[in-house]
Design a protein around this ligand. Structure first.
Ligand SMILES: [Fe+2]
Ligand SMILES: [Fe+2]
Length: 275
């Protein structure tokens, strides 16, 4: 398959490096006698190096997308290649970012319900579906399979037990949202009350839950298993993400959550800035 290639703007350093290579190649061309038998071999080296420099300047757009590079054609999630290496904690933490955005969506839904406005069931059902598929069945499954067992003994054993207990509680809460926030049922006041209670409990539990994982459990992982195994875990996670969602699983989840935000009119980040 042919890959679309976008040029990134060359930096001053790129230009300097390229100029040095070109000059070096010229020196090789102009002084063949000096180089003797090494001439053709070194010229091949220079050509190859210059080729690498040019290739670096014309890096595929995919590599840029996640590093906040200047805007170019935006790759679709399924086109994104995971070239960069992401450690297991970084992977889990950025998934917490998706979860945080879901909490924000729940909060907006609750705010509208309390204000007595018309709120569609899907305002809750859509994020709950993303919670089930991306957070509970994938992210938490990884934590329960690869992270929590490393803390079975030691000072964080109790924390790991509570975190697992909260995953189970979260799944029960999500069951309620998925069952009650459906067209027809959701028009009943009791169903709305159940969804309100469930979402409030979910938000209240998950803020401290993910904060504790980010600040206590994940940093401790390096002490418990060592940097090399943390890196290997990152590879495992990446493979599992691909197996479940195909290429760009994380990006698809971000796109989905952004779509719900847009639908709710809370996509403008600057709207959250105090005036
Ligand atoms: Fe967790
Ligand atoms: Fe987590």
């Amino acid at each position: 398959m042919t890959e679309a290639v976008a040029l990134r703007p060359a930096t001053a350093d790129d230009a300097k490096a390229l100029a040095a290579l070109v000059n070096a190649a010229f020196r090789v061309e102009r002084a063949p006698a000096m180089l003797g038998g090494m001439d053709s071999q070194r010229r091949r080296f220079m050509n190859a190096t210059a080729g690498l420099a040019l290739a670096a300047l014309a890096r595929p757009a995919q590599g840029q997308a996640k590093k906040g590079a200047p805007p170019g054609p935006r790759p679709r999630p399924e086109e994104i290649e995971h070239e960069e290496e992401i450690s297991a904690p970084e992977d889990l933490m950025r998934e917490h970012g998706v979860l945080n955005r879901i909490l924000l969506i729940y909060e907006e839904g609750l705010r509208r319900l309390r204000a007595g406005g018309a709120v569609d069931a899907e305002v809750f059902h859509k994020p709950a579906t993303l919670v089930r598929g991306f957070v509970e069945d994938y992210h938490e499954h990884l934590e329960e399979t690869f992270i929590f067992p490393r803390f079975k003994s030691g000072p964080l054993a109790e924390l790991a037990v509570v975190l697992k207990k909260q995953h189970d509680a979260g799944r029960r809460v999500t069951d309620v949202v998925l069952q009650q926030a459906v067209a027809g049922t959701f028009s009943r006041p009791e169903a709305r009350q159940e969804v309100i209670r469930a979402c409030e409990a979910f938000i209240r539990m998950y803020r401290p839950h993910e904060a504790r994982e980010d600040t206590v459990l994940f940093p401790a992982l390096y002490r418990v298993v060592g940097a090399r195994e943390v890196k290997e875990l990152g590879d495992h996670f990446e493979a599992e993400e691909r197996r479940r969602f195909g290429a760009g699983g994380f990006e698809k989840a971000v796109e989905e959550v952004a779509g719900i935000e847009k639908q709710l009119g809370i996509a403008d980040l600057d709207a959250f800035t105090p005036r």
